[in-house]
Ligand binder design. Sequence first.
Ligand code: G3D
Length: 185
Amino acid sequence: MGLLSIIRKIKRNEKEMRILMVGLDNSGKTTIVLKINGEDISIISPTLGFNIKTIKYQKYSLNIWDVGGQKTIRSYWRNYFEQTDGLVWVVDSSDVRRLDDCRMELGNLLKEERLSGASLLILANKQDIQGSLKPKEIAMILNLDGMDKSRHWNIVGCSAYTGEGLFQGFDWVIQDIASRIYVVD
Ligand code: G3D
Protein backbone atom coordinates (compact mmCIF):
# COMPACT_ATOMS: atom_id res chain seq x y z
CA MET A 1 0.00 0.00 0.00
CA GLY A 2 1.38 3.42 -0.92
CA LEU A 3 1.91 6.18 1.59
CA LEU A 4 -0.73 8.37 0.03
CA SER A 5 -3.43 5.75 0.34
CA ILE A 6 -2.47 5.12 3.95
CA ILE A 7 -2.84 8.80 4.73
CA ARG A 8 -6.12 8.90 2.91
CA LYS A 9 -7.41 6.00 4.97
CA ILE A 10 -6.44 7.58 8.24
CA LYS A 11 -8.12 10.80 7.26
CA ARG A 12 -11.40 9.18 6.47
CA ASN A 13 -13.98 8.91 9.16
CA GLU A 14 -16.98 6.70 9.58
CA LYS A 15 -19.41 9.24 8.30
CA GLU A 16 -17.93 8.80 4.88
CA MET A 17 -18.77 5.14 4.63
CA ARG A 18 -20.80 4.82 1.50
CA ILE A 19 -23.03 1.91 0.68
CA LEU A 20 -25.03 1.30 -2.44
CA MET A 21 -28.12 -0.83 -2.27
CA VAL A 22 -29.00 -2.33 -5.60
CA GLY A 23 -31.15 -5.06 -7.09
CA LEU A 24 -33.87 -5.70 -9.59
CA ASP A 25 -37.04 -3.69 -9.13
CA ASN A 26 -39.50 -5.23 -6.69
CA SER A 27 -36.76 -7.09 -4.79
CA GLY A 28 -37.65 -5.16 -1.62
CA LYS A 29 -35.05 -2.40 -1.34
CA THR A 30 -37.45 0.33 -0.30
CA THR A 31 -39.17 -1.92 2.24
CA ILE A 32 -35.83 -2.95 3.74
CA VAL A 33 -34.77 0.64 4.14
CA LEU A 34 -38.02 1.55 5.85
CA LYS A 35 -37.69 -1.45 8.15
CA ILE A 36 -34.16 -0.57 9.23
CA ASN A 37 -35.41 2.83 10.16
CA GLY A 38 -34.20 4.89 7.30
CA GLU A 39 -35.85 8.22 7.57
CA ASP A 40 -36.06 11.01 5.13
CA ILE A 41 -35.75 9.15 1.93
CA SER A 42 -34.80 11.76 -0.60
CA ILE A 43 -35.01 11.19 -4.30
CA ILE A 44 -32.19 12.26 -6.55
CA SER A 45 -32.58 12.99 -10.24
CA PRO A 46 -36.20 12.10 -10.94
CA THR A 47 -35.94 14.47 -13.89
CA LEU A 48 -33.58 12.07 -15.61
CA GLY A 49 -36.30 9.44 -15.74
CA PHE A 50 -35.00 7.29 -12.96
CA ASN A 51 -34.68 7.59 -9.22
CA ILE A 52 -31.79 7.18 -6.92
CA LYS A 53 -33.02 7.22 -3.39
CA THR A 54 -30.69 8.19 -0.63
CA ILE A 55 -31.02 7.74 3.13
CA LYS A 56 -29.00 7.88 6.29
CA TYR A 57 -28.52 4.56 8.03
CA GLN A 58 -27.04 5.20 11.45
CA LYS A 59 -23.94 7.17 10.58
CA TYR A 60 -23.81 5.99 7.04
CA SER A 61 -25.16 7.16 3.78
CA LEU A 62 -27.08 4.62 1.74
CA ASN A 63 -27.84 5.11 -1.91
CA ILE A 64 -30.45 2.91 -3.43
CA TRP A 65 -31.40 2.18 -7.00
CA ASP A 66 -32.96 -0.39 -9.30
CA VAL A 67 -30.87 -2.09 -11.91
CA GLY A 68 -32.19 -3.53 -15.11
CA GLY A 69 -32.91 -0.16 -16.65
CA GLN A 70 -31.79 1.17 -19.98
CA LYS A 71 -28.13 1.13 -20.95
CA THR A 72 -28.03 4.92 -21.25
CA ILE A 73 -29.06 5.21 -17.64
CA ARG A 74 -26.48 2.68 -16.64
CA SER A 75 -23.63 4.85 -17.84
CA TYR A 76 -24.94 7.60 -15.60
CA TRP A 77 -24.80 5.35 -12.55
CA ARG A 78 -21.05 5.30 -12.81
CA ASN A 79 -20.95 8.74 -11.27
CA TYR A 80 -22.24 7.14 -8.13
CA PHE A 81 -19.63 4.41 -7.93
CA GLU A 82 -16.87 6.73 -6.85
CA GLN A 83 -15.97 6.04 -3.23
CA THR A 84 -18.34 3.14 -2.82
CA ASP A 85 -17.28 1.03 0.13
CA GLY A 86 -20.06 -1.51 0.19
CA LEU A 87 -22.68 -3.00 -2.08
CA VAL A 88 -25.90 -4.49 -0.81
CA TRP A 89 -27.50 -6.58 -3.52
CA VAL A 90 -31.12 -7.45 -2.79
CA VAL A 91 -32.71 -10.58 -4.23
CA ASP A 92 -36.39 -11.52 -4.25
CA SER A 93 -35.92 -15.14 -3.16
CA SER A 94 -39.48 -15.99 -4.16
CA ASP A 95 -39.08 -14.82 -7.75
CA VAL A 96 -37.28 -17.82 -9.23
CA ARG A 97 -38.21 -16.73 -12.75
CA ARG A 98 -36.01 -13.64 -12.57
CA LEU A 99 -32.94 -15.17 -10.97
CA ASP A 100 -31.17 -15.50 -14.32
CA ASP A 101 -31.73 -11.82 -14.89
CA CYS A 102 -30.54 -11.18 -11.41
CA ARG A 103 -27.29 -13.11 -11.95
CA MET A 104 -26.63 -11.26 -15.19
CA GLU A 105 -27.21 -7.81 -13.70
CA LEU A 106 -25.08 -8.56 -10.66
CA GLY A 107 -22.32 -9.83 -12.94
CA ASN A 108 -22.47 -6.60 -14.95
CA LEU A 109 -22.28 -4.45 -11.87
CA LEU A 110 -19.31 -6.32 -10.46
CA LYS A 111 -17.39 -5.71 -13.67
CA GLU A 112 -17.22 -2.03 -12.77
CA GLU A 113 -13.64 -1.34 -11.90
CA ARG A 114 -14.56 1.28 -9.35
CA LEU A 115 -16.53 -1.30 -7.42
CA SER A 116 -13.75 -3.85 -7.34
CA GLY A 117 -12.83 -3.12 -3.73
CA ALA A 118 -16.38 -2.91 -2.38
CA SER A 119 -17.61 -5.44 0.17
CA LEU A 120 -20.64 -7.28 -1.17
CA LEU A 121 -23.61 -8.28 0.94
CA ILE A 122 -26.32 -10.27 -0.78
CA LEU A 123 -29.66 -10.11 0.97
CA ALA A 124 -31.83 -13.09 0.07
CA ASN A 125 -35.02 -11.22 0.87
CA LYS A 126 -38.62 -12.40 1.29
CA GLN A 127 -37.67 -15.51 3.28
CA ASP A 128 -41.10 -15.23 4.93
CA ILE A 129 -42.76 -16.34 1.69
CA GLN A 130 -43.31 -20.07 1.58
CA GLY A 131 -41.30 -21.80 -1.10
CA SER A 132 -38.75 -19.03 -1.45
CA LEU A 133 -35.20 -20.22 -2.08
CA LYS A 134 -32.72 -20.43 0.77
CA PRO A 135 -29.53 -18.36 0.79
CA LYS A 136 -27.43 -21.41 -0.17
CA GLU A 137 -29.62 -22.08 -3.18
CA ILE A 138 -29.50 -18.44 -4.24
CA ALA A 139 -25.70 -18.49 -3.86
CA MET A 140 -25.51 -21.43 -6.24
CA ILE A 141 -27.79 -19.92 -8.85
CA LEU A 142 -25.96 -16.60 -8.73
CA ASN A 143 -22.65 -18.50 -8.87
CA LEU A 144 -21.21 -16.53 -5.99
CA ASP A 145 -18.36 -19.00 -5.53
CA GLY A 146 -17.26 -18.12 -9.03
CA MET A 147 -16.57 -14.50 -8.12
CA ASP A 148 -13.11 -13.04 -8.02
CA LYS A 149 -11.35 -14.52 -4.99
CA SER A 150 -10.38 -11.09 -3.68
CA ARG A 151 -14.01 -10.06 -3.24
CA HIS A 152 -15.29 -9.88 0.33
CA TRP A 153 -18.83 -11.19 0.21
CA ASN A 154 -21.54 -12.73 2.33
CA ILE A 155 -25.10 -13.86 1.76
CA VAL A 156 -27.77 -13.56 4.42
CA GLY A 157 -31.39 -14.63 4.29
CA CYS A 158 -33.80 -11.93 5.40
CA SER A 159 -37.33 -10.64 5.41
CA ALA A 160 -38.13 -6.98 5.19
CA TYR A 161 -41.53 -7.85 6.65
CA THR A 162 -40.38 -9.58 9.82
CA GLY A 163 -36.99 -7.89 10.02
CA GLU A 164 -35.25 -11.25 10.30
CA GLY A 165 -31.64 -11.17 9.07
CA LEU A 166 -31.48 -7.47 8.28
CA PHE A 167 -29.25 -6.35 11.12
CA GLN A 168 -27.09 -9.42 10.80
CA GLY A 169 -26.51 -8.51 7.18
CA PHE A 170 -25.85 -4.82 7.68
CA ASP A 171 -23.63 -5.45 10.67
CA TRP A 172 -21.52 -7.75 8.56
CA VAL A 173 -21.07 -5.31 5.71
CA ILE A 174 -20.29 -2.38 8.00
CA GLN A 175 -17.78 -4.44 9.99
CA ASP A 176 -16.17 -5.70 6.84
CA ILE A 177 -15.81 -2.22 5.42
CA ALA A 178 -14.48 -0.89 8.69
CA SER A 179 -11.82 -3.57 8.86
CA ARG A 180 -10.60 -2.60 5.41
CA ILE A 181 -10.69 1.18 5.48
CA TYR A 182 -9.85 2.25 8.98
CA VAL A 183 -6.23 2.05 9.91
CA VAL A 184 -6.72 3.51 13.35
CA ASP A 185 -9.59 2.97 15.74
P1 G3D B 1 -37.98 -2.23 -4.56
O1 G3D B 1 -37.78 -0.97 -3.77
O2 G3D B 1 -36.76 -3.08 -4.61
O3 G3D B 1 -38.55 -2.01 -5.92
P2 G3D B 1 -40.17 -2.71 -2.72
O4 G3D B 1 -39.07 -3.15 -3.78
O5 G3D B 1 -39.56 -2.42 -1.42
O6 G3D B 1 -41.03 -1.67 -3.33
O7 G3D B 1 -40.97 -4.07 -2.55
C1 G3D B 1 -41.64 -4.67 -3.64
C2 G3D B 1 -42.80 -5.52 -3.15
O8 G3D B 1 -42.31 -6.61 -2.36
C3 G3D B 1 -43.75 -4.78 -2.24
O9 G3D B 1 -45.02 -5.34 -2.41
C4 G3D B 1 -43.26 -5.12 -0.86
O10 G3D B 1 -44.25 -4.99 0.14
C5 G3D B 1 -42.86 -6.57 -1.06
N1 G3D B 1 -41.82 -7.03 -0.12
C6 G3D B 1 -40.65 -6.42 0.17
N2 G3D B 1 -39.96 -7.12 1.05
C7 G3D B 1 -40.70 -8.20 1.37
C8 G3D B 1 -40.51 -9.32 2.27
O11 G3D B 1 -39.51 -9.48 2.97
N3 G3D B 1 -41.52 -10.25 2.30
C9 G3D B 1 -42.63 -10.13 1.54
N4 G3D B 1 -43.56 -11.09 1.66
N5 G3D B 1 -42.83 -9.10 0.71
C10 G3D B 1 -41.88 -8.15 0.62
P3 G3D B 1 -46.24 -4.55 -3.06
O12 G3D B 1 -47.35 -5.54 -3.05
O13 G3D B 1 -46.46 -3.38 -2.16
O14 G3D B 1 -45.79 -4.17 -4.41
